[in-house]
Each structure stands twice: as C-alpha cells, then as structure tokens.
Unconditional design. Structure first.
Length: 174
C-alpha cells in the first residue's frame, strides 16, 4: 500500500513539474509564435482616472501585461520590478498592470502605498475578464506581447527582475 501511494505521489510530482516547464517555455521560432500562443486578448478597461484604455491603443508596441491583486504577496516585489524595468527600457516597451476584481480604493491605495501609482499603466478589471482570457490560475500572471500583438511568453507566478529583463529583450529585439 505504501509503495503504491509513493508511486502515485511521484507520478503527480513529475507530471506537475513537467507541466510547469512546458507552460513557461518560450518559442524560439518567431514564425511559430502566433500558432503556439495566439494574439493578446483584447480588452477595454478603466484606468485610475476612469479613462478607457484598450489593447488597440498600443498597436505596434511590445507589451508586458501583468495581472495582479493587492492580496497577492508576490505582487508587491514584482510590481516594483516592473517599475524598474519600465524606467530602464523606456518607450521600447509598455508595461500594463491589470488589477483583478478589486475596487479603485483598494488598488490605488495599494499602489499609492508602494509609491508606484504614476510609474506604470494601472487598469481595473472588476469582472476579472482579462485574467480569465489568459487562462489564469496562479498569481501573478504575466504575458509578453511582441509588436505584432502575438503572445510570445506567458509566465505563471512571480519572476525575478533578471527574467523580466531577459523576456523584454526577446520582445523588443526582432
């Protein structure tokens, strides 16, 4: 009985690790990007000033779109790293942070407390539609989109600044 249980647990662990490796891979062949990940999901969401921001507003620009929430312990560090990356790469990339289902008071209060409200494009998603459109199931989740609107990398979970830089270089370099 113990051997069977150990075997089942081992299979689950190996399968889980294999799935994580596959789900976080990049596609080296640029011609295969769209077939693998598809286009970035369309959105029309409100920013902190109640302006509507659409995916189409960024046509032709490489994008990082991060799904975050104030309750997510990993998001605090990652949002600060995205701010650092935005400052480092300037207008070569646009970083958008989409809050998951929280009120303006909670989301803006959180970014105000971190001192980053004016450093990224922060959008509110009260229906959590963006997160659902990318098949989200972990936090945070981030997609990297090339200038043609193709998702070239989908990261589930937090990432260090070094990985953020590496992925930005991949989407800004043809």
């Amino acid at each position: 009985m113990n051997k069977v249980l150990a075997l089942i647990i081992g299979i689950l662990i190996v399968g889980g690790i294999g799935w994580l490796v596959i789900s976080n891979r990049t596609i080296p062949d640029a011609s295969n990007r769209q077939a693998q990940f598809g286009k970035a999901p369309d959105f029309a969401l409100q920013d902190y000033n109640d302006n509507t921001v659409k995916l189409a507003d960024f046509a032709g620009k490489p994008l990082i779109i991060n799904s975050w929430a104030a309750w997510c312990p990993f998001c605090k560090k990652e949002l600060s790293d995205f701010v650092a990356a935005q400052k480092e790469f300037g207008d070569k990339v646009v970083i958008i942070a989409i809050d998951r289902s929280e009120s303006l008071a909670i989301a803006k209060g959180y970014t105000d407390q971190q001192g980053i409200t004016d450093d990224l494009i922060f959008l509110l998603d009260p229906s959590d539609s963006f997160y659902q459109s990318i098949g989200g199931f972990s936090m945070p989740e981030t997609i990297f989109v090339d200038a043609n609107g193709n998702v070239v990398f989908h990261k589930r979970g937090p990432m260090p600044i070094e990985e953020i830089r590496q992925k930005i270089m991949q989407i800004i370099s043809p």
